[in-house]
Design a protein around this ligand. Sequence first.
Ligand code: 13P
Length: 266
Amino acid sequence: MTQRQLTFAANWKMNHGPAETRAFAERFLALTTPVEGRRLWFFPAAVSIGPMSEAMKSRADVEIGAQNVHWEPKGAYTGGISIPMVTEVGARLTLVGHSERRHLFGETDEQVARKTRAALAAGITPLVCVGETLAERDGGRTEPVILRQTGAVLAALPATDWDRVVLAYEPVWAIGTGKNATPDDAAQVHELIRMALSRNGISARVPILYGGSVNPENVASLLTRPQLDGVLVGGASLTPEGWAEVIDRGSKAKVCPSGGYDLIEG
Ligand code: 13P
């Protein structure tokens, strides 16, 4: 049985071009050191994937990913970026189905499933995001929405592929709003997702991250919940100092007295 790793993932959204990325990286490298059992992921804008990968190549604990990819390797898809293109410049991960892709760009469950399959086929890790809107939560529909979004990916993948998938629960109402889910809210939905996976014979080793207004003040209380394997962070990951602080406080919350990270073993 392997212990799941503690993951801190930074989604920079449409921020930080190549020059800002290089400056961030230089400062961040000075602020952090690798810690066993902890991995640091960055999802920069597409044009900054190469510079970030280059800047972080001395750090085995850091991996870089794309925020979005097309499922086709090439073709007439104006504005699209393919998985071979992002891997060529150093990406080893990709976000899939982020709520901003779903709600601002109309990405469907079916497209999320296709992108997840394409990422796995190309050998990169998909970080698949699910989450309900405020109207869905207020209407008591959190559970069916999460189960539908997770189910679309479950239906698209054989159980054996799941050892290379990472999930993120990001309630849409908590993203960029300053309203984060309480540790109880988050843990409850993480458990729901875990149950859906286990009903489909998927190993408990699939990490599930939480995202939505995570910051240095709330990261510790969220990560003390054993259901959370890490965080996916937007705004609070944009400065090297702020992000290093989130990582530091979150890491301390998860360390168990015997050393290592206090995650559920699968
Ligand atoms: P914020 O941390 O800015 O709320 O964004 C969360 C998010 O969408 C990460 O993917």
